[in-house]
Design a protein around this ligand. Structure first.
Ligand code: SIN
Length: 301
């Protein structure tokens, strides 16, 4: 399901003043910090263009100390496209179905959010016909230790792919399934409710090219993940398993990775067409809560 309209009061304004933005690239294979932008204010056309360009160039943008409401997060996210509602709608923020609560907190015996989101490497919603363009996570409550998020640059992964793997995947498609690891996750955590027939119908398996072309930059990227990719179409089962295992290991090599250590009120905005991500995990005695919005992208080609 997608939601298209922005609240009128938060709609893009041509009158908005430019803000003194500086983009500072990280010393890492991806990522940059955006300095001087207050996301609670309407974004001018020129500032939107700079953020859009930086997002394409760096794949992960970090905005520090953002004191913004869920409405403001939704409004900023919608500048980039319609928002997607997660199939686990029970973890949507009350009054804001487009905001997924990512949290390990359990209140009155009930999880308040999805606590094991990102346990396996993935690109958000790759199991949909139109996977996500990008996602935004806004830190609400952070643990004193742990809770980092890792991002792996899939353009670099493609560029560095050994010839035998390039030949094996060129022109091939793979299946992506939301349910691939669901039973396994359900066994080890309290965050995975049984799915209704309607929820299962929303996440039927899809196929996507193993190597996709970024629709805005034209760069190629590997597009398979440990969490959601189940098989390579058109090759025997054992060959498919071996090929995916090699691709998963290659795509998350340390030289492709930026590790984000969260600070209070960080907003992180990543490009799901260029990177995969992983939640490194939070100790059981620590609380962690973030709000996620997810922007719909195009069908991969
Ligand atoms: C996610 O996969 O969207 C969540 C990542 C995180 O919690 O660090």
């Amino acid at each position: 399901m997608t939601i298209q309209t922005a609240p009128a009061s938060l709609a893009p304004s041509e009158e908005a003043a430019d803000q003194p933005i500086e983009i500072r690239k990280f010393d890492a294979p991806l990522g940059a910090e955006v300095i001087g932008l207050d996301l609670s204010k309407p974004l001018s056309k020129a500032d939107f263009a700079r953020i859009h360009r930086a997002h394409l160039d760096h794949h992960v943008l970090v905005f520090r100390d953002q004191r913004i409401t869920p409405d403001e997060q939704v409004a900023f996210s919608k500048r980039f496209g319609p928002l997607q509602i997660h199939v686990l709608h029970q973890f949507g923020l009350a009054g804001h179905p487009e905001v997924l609560i990512v949290s390990n907190i359990v209140e009155n015996g009930k999880p308040i959010g999805l606590g094991d989101a990102g346990h396996f490497w993935h690109s958000d919603l790759s199991y949909k016909d139109k996977p996500s363009l990008g996602s935004l996570l806004h830190a609400q409550e952070l643990p004193a230790i742990g809770g980092d998020t890792l991002f792996a640059n899939q353009h670099l992964a493609w560029d560095a792919l050994p010839a035998h793997l390039r030949n094996a995947v060129e022109g091939r498609v793979a299946e992506h399934t939301y349910l691939a690891k669901y039973a396994e996750l359900q066994q080890r955590s309290p965050w995975r409710p049984n799915l209704s027939a309607e929820q299962i119908a929303q996440v039927r398996p899809v196929t996507h090219p193993i190597v996709r072309t970024h629709p805005e930059t034209g760069r190629r990227a590997l597009f398979v993940s440990e969490h959601f990719t189940t098989r390579v179409i058109g090759v025997p089962e054992d060959e498919s398993r071996a090929l995916l295992a090699e691709l998963f290991a290659h795509s998350t090599r340390p030289e492709f990775i930026y590790r984000h250590q969260w600070r209070e009120r960080d907003m992180v905005f990543w490009d799901n067409r260029s990177v995969m991500h992983l939640a490194a995990g939070t100790p059981d005695d620590q609380r962690r809560k973030l709000y996620r919005t997810t922007i719909e992208g195009d069908a991969p080609f």
